[in-house]
Each structure stands twice: as C-alpha cells, then as structure tokens.
Design a protein around this ligand. Structure first.
Ligand SMILES: NC(=O)c1ccc[n+]([C@@H]2O[C@H](COP(=O)([O-])OP(=O)(O)OC[C@H]3O[C@@H](n4cnc5c(N)ncnc54)[C@H](O)[C@@H]3O)[C@@H](O)[C@H]2O)c1
Length: 252
C-alpha cells in the first residue's frame, strides 16, 4: 500500500513550515518533484534545499496565494520548469485571533483572502493545467473549526474554513468528469508554530487532551499521511469528502 508518486509533480502552498513542510517532505520521500510555495521566501527555500540535499527534487516559489497575478505567475513558472502539475495542496493559512467585536475589516478580509480566496485562485489556475492533462488531485486543508467545532475568537478563520469545505464539494463535482479528484482534510490540534502559543498554556493543553480520545495532539506527519493517501490511486474512488485527522475529537 506504500504510495509511490515517482514521475509526479506536487505543488504545496504554505510549505515553508508546519503541516505544509511535512506534506512537501512526504511527497518528496515518495518520489514526487515538489513545488514549495510560501509567502516567506526564506522558509520556502530552506524546505526546498532540504529536500534537494536529501536526494529529492524541489523548487521554491515564494508567492502570496491571495494575489491573483502572483498565483498565475507561480503556476506558469511551475509548468515551465517541471512540465506538469499532478497534485495541488491548498495548505497556506493564517489564524488571527480577536473577539468578533474587535475584529477589523482588514483582519476579516485578509483571513478570507489567504485561506479561502487563495484556495480558489490556486485551484482555478492549477485546475486549468489539470484539465489539459485530464488528471489530477487537489487537497484543501480546512479544519475541524470549519466543520464542527468553533474556535473562540476566530470568527474569520472559522468562516474561511467552512467556506473551504463547501468549495471542496462544488469543485469536486465540477472537476470529476475531467479526471480530477478534490477532497478536504480537516486537522484537529496539530503541533505546529500556529498552535505554539496556545500549547504553552497548561490549562488549554489539559482541556485539549481531555477532548482527544487518542490522548495526544496531532503531528504534522499525521496530516501529511492522510494527504498522500487521498492523492494516491488507493483513494481513486474518493472525492468531495472532508476528512477529519483529529485523534477522534470530532466523531461523525
Ligand atoms: N496547526 C493546527 O492545529 C491546524 C489545525 C487545523 C487546520 N490547520 C490548517 O493547516 C494549514 C497549515 O497550518 P500550520 O499549523 O502548518 O500553520 P503555520 O502558521 O505553521 O504555517 C503556515 C504557512 O503558510 C504560509 N503562508 C501564510 N500566508 C500565506 C500566503 N498568503 N501565501 C503563501 N503562504 C502563506 C506561512 O508563511 C507559513 O509558512 C493552515 O491552513 C491551517 O489553518 C492547522
């Protein structure tokens, strides 16, 4: 059942650290050439250089996924360099925290722009390439916060992630006749820089652990292995789903 992505090209957004980094490394380890996108150029280059140093193939493309022109340039450069894009992982995300009454319009719009519009822009640009190829797999990283469990003081984040789940279903239906599967992965609490501040609070940690049946927080690799499975032929009949990777925190 080991997934083999030899000869395939995977574009992972927000792959300069955290979950995206783990997904990029996992695809490279399974033989794919990886396009490492991140708005932080230094972080993207660090991950791409690490993959190349380990014998893999990677290209760092530091662009803002919320910028339509930048996304177009990124996809064009990726295709010029690597000839195809078989897999897109829309992972880039931000999670600003503030009570609703103190949330600025800018914070609201930027969160939706990166998390939701970025997913749309990359799916549209890469979708055009995949239509030509007649095949592809897209994974959108949503969150349990977009599906079942609201996160306090993060209205824009929750709205953006719920939007991603709805977008995933529509996109899956539209792209299926073109050989393209589209799924969402909804992580629970994962040990990344995004959750570092909350993890340093023992009260929050205790509450989280009480709510997670498997008794631990998730690791970026837990999310990466689900992403690889969903992109593989082993999941060839799975599309339009939103799958929780959360240690059982949410049960359907
Ligand atoms: N960590 C968790 O517990 C958790 C839980 C559920 C969902 N998620 C989701 O998983 C994804 C990754 O989360 P993480 O914990 O690794 O976050 P992280 O903050 O550690 O990493 C996110 C990466 O995205 C990049 N990024 C931000 N804005 C960007 C933009 N406009 N264009 C390109 N890159 C951009 C950042 O520079 C960063 O490297 C996010 O979509 C997040 O919402 C995380």
């Amino acid at each position: 059942m080991r997934e083999d992505f030899g000869g395939q090209v995977a574009l992972v957004t927000g792959a300069g650290r955290g979950i995206g980094e783990a997904i990029a490394i996992a695809f490279a380890g399974a033989g794919a050439a990886v396009i490492v996108n991140d708005i932080n150029g230094r972080a993207a280059r660090r991950v791409a250089e690490g993959i190349v140093a380990g014998g893999g193939q990677a290209l760092a493309l530091p662009f803002d996924v919320a910028n339509e022109t930048a996304v177009g340039a990124m996809v064009q450069m990726a295709v010029e360099e690597l000839g195809q894009i078989d897999i897109l992982v829309n992972n880039a995300g931000i999670e600003p925290k503030s009570p609703l009454l103190e949330t600025s319009l800018y914070a609201w719009e930027r969160t939706l722009a990166v998390n939701l519009t970025g997913t749309f822009l990359c799916s549209r640009a890469v979708g055009r390439v995949m239509y030509e190829q007649g095949r592809g797999a897209i994974i959108n990283i949503a969150s349990i916060a977009g599906h079942r469990i609201p996160l306090p003081d993060r209205a824009a984040y929750c709205a953006s992630k719920a939007g991603i789940v709805g977008f995933t279903r529509e996109c899956a239906r539209e792209f299926a006749p073109h050989g393209i599967r589209v799924n969402a992965v909804c992580p629970g609490v994962i040990e990344t820089p995004m959750t570092a501040e909350a993890r340093s609070d023992p009260k929050i940690m205790r509450k989280w652990l009480d709510d997670i049946p498997v008794g631990r927080l998730g690791r970026p690799e837990d999310v990466a292995s689900m992403v690889l499975f969903l992109c593989s032929g082993n999941a060839g009949y799975v599309t339009g789903q939103a799958i929780h990777v959360d240690g059982g925190k949410v049960m359907a």
